[in-house]
Design a protein around this ligand. Structure first.
Ligand code: GDP
Length: 395
């Protein structure tokens, strides 16, 4: 499907930048337009791919291009005050060629955390196409203020978008690696996971279209109904030269598309079934219990002779049983790459212990900050006043 992506804040801008790079590399054609919005001039300058004219600096009157310093209330205020400047950039998007907006932001900071929900609300008021959010949760080691920001932004962002896709930095940190050091790898993971998914609804010119190919409307229907989504992914290398459909399907009279009989078809089906399980039970972009997900979409991607209908059907049935959902869609995304992958979008997830923990820590941080603030006046008084009160201020 074709998206208009708007990266809000530093993380948002960097991720959209990487999406453009991914699009070029894979010829996926998912980013129709890309915009970056920030209160920090330096962050906008640090982007590589987003066109200069699509980089919008907001809040100059308030913060003079220096950012909002992790104050997401200020981030939200500034976004509201300067929404016309963002709209000017959005005006350049040919929205009739776009299936949806995707507003991307790190939820732990200030600009994106506060601004992204404001922008989503604005876009929803003006446009009829869906507005999705891609929200990035901070690592648990980032500290109380980031957790509090994220918890408050999460509540607001979910309410303002048609669906909030979540990526949790915390569960993607490689062992022994700080989140900061690992952003480039993490960002690559983000664009790969969401790229395969959104790319599925985008058929390239000259590409053969099987009837089981996933269409944008299936992605949109899976996301409609709102709530929170997570994505699972698993892949396996395959040999493009020893294409399975080739010889065997000729002998068995199959017409490509993997054929549904013969030993190779059985291998293909088994590979797909185990990839589906790995994708659903492995690391999700937002870790959660998949039981209770309201809707799901299974996308099988790879060379067309390595995909078959039976595999997708089995995968879909298995997902229905595991999630308890009656709305599990599935289809192909044929790509001539030496890899078969299963991508699973779980939409409307509700059993998410990670969010409950985030909220608990946020409440503790909020209480602590209030206590500290309440004590600070007394403490300062104690510090400034000499014990015997012999000294007098000048005036
Ligand atoms: P803002 O510019 O004020 O919106 O704040 P940032 O985007 O710099 O940071 C917000 C949060 O996003 C941080 O707490 C990190 O958790 C996360 N973050 C920052 N940069 C990146 C990035 O490049 N990739 C990812 N995945 N997360 C990031």
């Amino acid at each position: 499907m074709k998206l208009a992506m708007i990266g809000f804040g530093q993380a948002g801008g960097k991720v959209v930048d990487r999406f453009l790079d991914y699009d070029d590399r894979t010829n996926s054609g998912i980013v129709r337009s890309a915009i970056a919005v920030n209160t920090a001039k330096a962050d906008l300058m640090g982007l590589d791919r987003i066109p200069q004219e699509n980089r919008v600096l907001i809040g100059q009157a308030r913060v003079k291009g220096h950012g909002v310093g992790a104050d997401n209330e200020l981030g939200a205020e500034v976004a509201e005050e300067d929404i016309d400047e963002v709209q000017n950039a959005v005006d350049s998007i040919p929205t009739h060629e776009v299936d949806a907006f995707l507003v991307v932001a790190g939820m732990g900071g200030g600009t994106g955390s506060g601004g992204a929900p404001v922008l989503a609300k604005h876009l929803k008021r003006i446009y009829t196409i869906p507005v999705y959010g891609l929200g990035i949760l901070p690592g648990t080691d980032e500290g109380g203020i980031y957790t509090l920001n994220a918890a408050r932004s999460f509540q607001t962002f979910v309410r303002e978008v048609d669906n909030l896709l979540v990526f949790d930095n915390d569960s993607w940190r490689s062992a022994g690696e700080s989140v900061e050091g690992g952003y480039s790898q993490i960002n690559e993971e983000i664009v790969r996971r969401f790229g395969v998914l959104f790319g599925a609804g985008e058929v390239q010119a000259g590409q053969e279209v099987a009837e089981s190919v996933v269409d944008s409307s299936e992605i949109i229907n899976t996301l409609s109904g709102g709530g929170v989504s997570t994505v699972g992914y698993a892949s396996e290398e395959v040999d493009l030269t020893a294409s399975s459909g080739g010889l065997l399907s000729k002998f068995t009279g199959g017409s490509g598309g993997g054929g549904d009989d013969g030993l190779d078809a059985a291998n293909t089906t088994n590979r797909i079934t185990s990839l589906v399980r790995k994708a659903a039970l492995g690391r999700l972009t937002l870790p959660c219990e998949i039981d209770g997900a309201e809707r799901a979409l299974l996308v099988l991607s790879g060379p067309s002779d390595h995909l078959n209908r039976k595999g997708i059907e089995r995968g879909r049935k298995w997902l229905e049983e595991e999630t308890g959902s009656m709305e599990v869609r599935g289809g192909d995304y044929p790509r001539e790459i030496p890899e078969v992958s299963a991508s699973i979008l779980l939409s409307g997830v509700t059993n998410v212990p990670r969010i409950k923990r985030l909220q608990q820590v946020a409440i503790e941080a909020q209480d602590n900050m209030e206590d500290i603030q309440a004590e600070s006046e007394d403490n300062l008084e104690d510090l400034v006043q000499d014990d015997t009160e012999d000294l007098e201020p000048l005036f």
